[in-house]
Design a protein around this ligand. Sequence first.
Ligand SMILES: [Zn+2]
Length: 380
Amino acid sequence: MKPSLQEIAATIPLTDNHCHGVIRGNIERPVFEITATESDWPEPNGMTIFDSPVGIMMRSECASLLDLPRHSSPDDYFNRRYELGQAEVSRRLVPATGISTFIVDSGFKSDNVLLPSEMQELVPGSRAFEIVRLETVAEQMAHNTTASTFIADYAAALALASKDAIGFKSIIAYRYGLDFNPARPSKSEVEVATGEWLASNEQRGKIRMDHPVLLRHILWEAVDYKRAIQFHVGYGDSDIVMHRCDPTQMTEFLRMTVDSGTSMMLLHCYPFTREAGYLAQVYPHVYLDTGASAHWTGLSSPTIVSHSVEMAPMSKVLFSSDAFGLPELYFVGTLVWRRAMGDILHKWVQSDGLGYDDAVKYLGWMANDNARRAYRLLPE
Ligand SMILES: [Zn+2]
């Protein structure tokens, strides 16, 4: 008797093509609550994030790994995780995800989370790769550049930062929108823009890469490397304006980069999973995943995951957790994807619309091989 697609999906090792480190050190309740949401504000009226879709899943699915009964109360769950401590909760939950390859975006709140190498240590036998966030590199060099030297300074800083990285991440969706002018800015445009950006940093007393011309410049610099570039798409915290994060807004940029040698990785995509699927079908260098969308939607995640395989070829859909900070987000993110993808493929095989061997092959592609191709990783 061959194992069912659900059984294979439950245990297949995964390449997590976009994730972040877990927070270092034990965390208090307010930090836990705010890390378990994309909101910048705590739940109002004394309510808790444990009653959100992801919180409900934590209390049902993570509870037993913390020696608690399913559906533990919010207070019981939090008190037990606090008693065990963040490090022990991470040791119990992260290896239980079955992730064998971590592709880590190290550019977000990186002072207080585990490094890619430490994530690797958390899961014996796993490997970890780094993704460099373009905007972070620019922000880190803001004090050491001028309008006339920015182009050379950024090129040198990016080369150094990405020396061991397998790709880049752009958060132009957060800092401007995906409706950016797709053209590569000229040298003189970058010079003028740098002067404006440095002045605005000074004025607001805060360094933030948000100049539309420079955001485009650093993106095109990454294109030159011919590696994968991850894009934040759709859903995110209160910095984004959702309707400007529809990936079809960057269609012209995708057209211009078809022959660039890059892979364009559309991350999260909620609620534009279908738009992303369309782009992945039409453009040979475009891929999509449902990271974050899957864990934040909890019990409703099968709908989101099913959208990812509606239109895109099976060779273009990837797995990611987009977990940040909490080991619970790793655990829930992998579990819901495994279940949803296993159920979808099982149903297709049951209906005899898809052959069993093809289904097993596609699952392997989405779990690992598509990431290996898009990021040009060597086989394990
Ligand atoms: Zn992320």
